[in-house]
Design a protein around this ligand. Structure first.
Ligand SMILES: [Zn+2]
Length: 280
């Protein structure tokens, strides 16, 4: 059995160019859900040609209920819903030969990165892991790396492909669009993007099998510094004694290893967002 873990966001899906495409209240959302699911299926088809046999997919965008189960490849199992301790990586563990990041996007602040943001777009300005700015690619690749799993494929725009390769090295990238502004992309149609994704996914599994792509590992101790877009909720998060106040919009959390630090970071973000939305 060769298992592949797939974390599927939405901004980097075939066809997505603007925020309305990935918002569940938009009339275009239904089309984009189909295209996102087709991208995942293309990755599964390619990976199977490369020798993979089993797939776990985590829905990793917004309410995390975007992927159409009725259209999903029969070899996959899907984590759907958003109250996940591992967030965009729910289900990751040491049993996977490779991880894929499908429909990903560049981190907050990336010039011309399509729909660039980091985890919670309205809330987070920057996240630094041991001093280095991380987007979702880095944050989630290090979680896979904690379990010894290499991220071998990213799909999305040219900016996230560049971010992934800068951080993770020479991994496979299926660039299904080229962005020229945060809200403008030159898009491949699905007939072309599905072939590209499948080819890159096949290569990713074959290269993983040969041990050519190493896990991205952040050795402990690990600290996250988080800068927020607003002051709201930052002091409330510091009710937890493990959360350090750095300034009106900034705080720090630590862990002995990456997983411990990630848990602190994700829990803190959820707390701050809840305060900012007036939900508690
Ligand atoms: Zn995202």
């Amino acid at each position: 059995m060769v298992k592949v873990f797939i974390s599927a966001d939405m901004e980097g899906a075939t066809g997505v160019a603007v925020g309305a495409h990935v918002g569940s209240d938009s009339s275009d959302y239904g089309r984009m859900r189909k295209l996102l699911t087709a991208d995942i299926n293309a990755a599964i088809r390619g990976a199977m040609a490369g020798g993979a046999t089993d797939f776990v997919v985590t829905d990793a965008h917004g309410k995390m209920t975007n992927i159409l189960i009725e259209d999903l490849d029969r070899h996959a199992r899907l984590f759907s819903g958003s109250n996940k301790p591992f967030a965009q990586m729910e289900g990751i563990g040491p049993e996977y030969a490779a991880a894929f990041f499908v429909a990903y996007h560049a981190r907050e602040g990336t010039e011309d990165g399509l729909l660039n943001h980091t985890l919670l777009g309205n809330t987070v300005y920057e996240i630094r892991c041991n001093g280095r700015p991380f987007g979702e690619t880095g944050i989630n690749a290090a979680l896979a790396g904690h379990f010894g799993v290499p991220v071998c494929l990213v799909t999305g725009d040219d900016k996230v492909a560049g971010e992934a390769r800068e951080l993770l090295g020479d991994i496979e990238a299926a660039q299904v669009k080229t962005s020229s502004e945060r809200l403008v992309a030159n898009l491949l149609p699905p007939a072309a993007s599905s072939e590209l994704i499948a080819a890159r996914a096949q290569a990713a599994v074959e290269r993983a099998g040969r041990g050519e792509i190493k896990p991205f590992q952040v050795p402990g101790p690990v600290q996250f510094e988080i800068d927020f877009k607003s002051t709201a909720g930052v002091k409330m998060a510091c009710l937890f004694p493990t959360v350090e106040y750095l300034g009106s919009k900034s705080l720090r959390v630590r862990g002995d290893d990456y997983l411990a630090a990630f848990r602190q970071m994700w829990g803190t973000l959820i707390m701050v967002r809840a305060c900012q939305s007036g939900a508690i």
